[in-house]
Design a protein around this ligand. Structure first.
Ligand code: NDP
Ligand code: X2W
Length: 343
């Protein structure tokens, strides 16, 4: 291997790709050797993303122009479905952190049900490790392919998994109301994401059947040791970044708070606020941190647990760098030291 670990970012002209570049450009152990795009192949990164003009970066190319012999780690920030076909064709020496949903569901029939077509890389799926660092560190350290947790899913399961594991909340009912900034939908032009469709308003979408439900069910079921199927409703926020997940659970609120404090004691990126305090997306913007608040509901035996993350960092690219650090045996916080940007 070269002195520095050589990185290729597939889908570098997208939002999570650009965020990977922003983070990795200051990572001491890596150098970016390849950046790919589809429509924007052939363009300079500084033309596509002027906020990165101060960096000396490779030109965007198509994926088939990458020289894989000079690459050690791939970050894949491509749309789902395309991802599985591309990753199945990579040489075996390359470690992969995938940001898409393609390798997150362990059961291929669940993938087919939620994504509407059979999985194209089932053999590769079998070796994928689910990429929520605080829960699966030991497995991630040995993995060749890590399937980064989805953004809504990270915001939901970081607070809920320790509670189900500790048995301090009932597995049913659990209600998750989550709201995401518009960058969660990617940079590609879509009518639903036009300024006039998003600004000065707030709406739920994917009600009763968003595809992240499958991933949330999968991880909460593992944690509880029995089937868990919460109500999950995503909403679109008229802002760029951030996810706030408000989770309603049955359990003693102080016991919930204690269990979360205990679970995340010593974690660099998950912070449980003093009892009764609540987080906001503006308190995590641009950082890999997750803030969690616990409040007692008016009726005894019910608690409200709220988490805040930046969808592009903790929900995608920052978490991906955290996963790479674990895979490479580097301190988990390397390259992720930036504090939230406030206000
Ligand atoms: N945005 C978010 O908050 C999160 C996103 N994710 C996941 O991460 C992945 C990337 O998301 P995001 O950055 O938002 O997406 P974007 O739409 O912003 O970017 C997609 C990238 O993939 C490239 N691309 C699109 N189609 C193809 C193709 N057929 N062949 C090769 N390259 C292609 C695009 O190139 P070009 O622009 O040149 O056409 C672009 O670089 C997705 O799977 C997404 O679901 C996960 C968690 C959070
Ligand atoms: C605001 C918005 O549209 N968010 C996206 C989810 C974010 C995402 O990219 O999720 P995957 O990684 O699983 O693809 C959505 O609801 O589909």
């Amino acid at each position: 291997m070269a002195d520095k670990t050589r990185i290729a970012i597939l889908g570098a002209s997208g939002y999570t790709g650009a965020e990977l570049v922003r983070l990795l450009a200051r990572h001491p152990h890596v150098e970016i050797v390849a950046l790919t795009a589809d429509r924007k192949a052939g363009e300079q990164m500084s033309d596509v993303f002027p906020h990165l003009v101060m960096l000396d970066l490779p030109t965007l190319t198509s994926i088939d122009q990458v020289d894989w012999s000079g690459v050690d780690v791939v970050f894949c920030a491509l749309p789902h479905a395309t991802t599985q076909v591309v990753l199945a064709g990579l040489p075996a020496h390359i470690k992969i952190v995938d940001l898409s949903a393609d390798f997150r569901l362990r059961d291929p029939s669940a993938y087919e049900k939620w994504y509407g077509h059979p999985h194209q890389a089932i053999e590769l799926q079998k070796e994928a490790v689910y990429g929520l660092p605080e829960f699966y560190r030991a497995d991630i350290a040995k993995a060749r392919l890590v399937a980064n947790t989805g953004c809504y899913v990270a915001a939901s399961i970081i607070p809920l998994v320790p509670l189900l594991k500790a048995g301090v909340v009932e597995p049913d009912p659990i209600v998750i109301d989550a709201a995401s900034g518009v960058t969660g939908a990617g940079r590609g032009a879509k009518e639903a994401n036009l300024f006039a469709e998003v600004s000065e308003g707030f709406h739920a979408y994917g009600v009763g059947g968003h595809r992240h439900s499958a991933e949330i069910d999968q991880e909460l079921t593992v944690a509880a040791g029995r089937e868990v199927m919460p109500s999950f409703t995503p909403h679109l926020l008229p802002q760029n970044r951030g996810i706030l997940a408000t989770c309603y659970v049955r359990g003693d609120a102080e016991a919930v708070h204690r269990a979360l404090k205990e679970a995340y004691a010593g974690e660099a990126f998950v912070h449980v606020l003093p009892f009764g305090r609540t987080p906001a997306t503006r308190h995590v913007r641009g950082s890999n941190h997750c803030l969690i608040g616990v409040v007692a509901d008016r009726q005894p035996g019910r608690a409200i647990v709220i988490s805040a993350i930046d969808n592009l960092v903790r929900g995608a690219s920052g978490q991906a760098v955290q996963n790479m650090n674990i895979m490479m045996g580097w301190p988990e916080t390397t390259g992720l030291e930036q504090l939230p940007l406030f206000p």
